[in-house]
Design a protein around this ligand. Structure first.
Ligand SMILES: *Cc1c(COP(=O)(O)O)cnc(C)c1O
Length: 227
């Protein structure tokens, strides 16, 4: 099988397994632009990258008209300006109020409105970034979003624990969805707060069954990454 056929067929099988209304981010980090072009030729337009430097290189080659970019990695405040200049459609990984405020300041400076998701931390691993459900609920209860000038909060993103224990993974996804539902119930006036981004190559079918609206799938489309 040529590489084209395999990216195309893997994309097709991921797509076929997603119910209508669930979006697909093809996570292309560590893969060459050629792989992205193949996915694009197979109809994929939305790509996810986790490092600003790498996103910049890919945007320089592929642009932002025919390709749509989500930033999904941990973002340092000193990279915000450079990232926003790349005009990502969505920053999925806002993991602190400080980062959110920096994005707001910089988006206002650049005269744009930046769409973001708030990243929830529910997994067991200590190393994962994000708000605890309580912290995030508290921020919404205090209506922190009303202070934003140039950021639109479109929903939440999260990851399940990295484990084979399916019950644990399911509990994590349910906790992410529950936090989202509570926020919406608490702030019914939130506009366009409609995205629950969860599910990766190994667990996206379970994430979808727990209420994901956007899955981020890398290796199941592009094969293993070479770091
Ligand atoms: C790398 C990454 C993914 C995709 O992981 P796969 O296991 O290759 O599907 C999804 N989300 C985030 C935040 C990532 O960093």
């Amino acid at each position: 099988m040529s590489p084209l056929t395999s990216i195309q067929s893997r994309l097709d099988s991921v797509r076929q397994s997603l119910p209508g209304g669930v979006g697909l981010v093809a996570v292309s980090k560590f893969h060459p632009v050629d792989a992205l072009r193949q996915a694009r030729a197979a109809g994929q337009r939305l790509f996810g990258e986790s490092r600003v430097q790498e996103l910049a290189a890919k945007v320089a080659e592929l642009g932002t008209d025919d390709y749509c970019w989500h930033f999904i990695g941990h973002l340092q405040t000193n990279k915000v300006r450079q990232l926003l200049r790349l005009r990502p459609a969505l920053i999925e990984s806002v993991d602190s109020v400080r980062l959110l405020e920096e994005i707001d300041r910089e988006a206002a400076r650049q005269g744009i409105v930046q769409n973001v998701l708030m990243q929830l931390h529910v997994a067991r691993e200590e190393t994962k970034f994000g708000f605890s459900p309580d912290e995030l609920l508290d921020w919404f209860a205090r209506r922190g979003f009303e202070n934003l000038q140039a950021v639109h909060v479109c929903g939440v993103m999260g990851m399940a624990s990295n484990t084979d224990d399916q019950a644990r993974v399911e509990a994590d996804f349910r906790a992410i969805r529950a936090a989202y539902d509570e926020i919406l119930a608490m702030c019914p006036d939130l506009r366009g707060f409609s995205t629950v981004s969860m599910g990766m190559s190994d667990d996206y079918p379970l994430a979808v069954s727990c209420g994901s609206t956007l899955v981020r799938v890398g290796s199941a489309i592009f094969g293993p990454r070479e770091y």
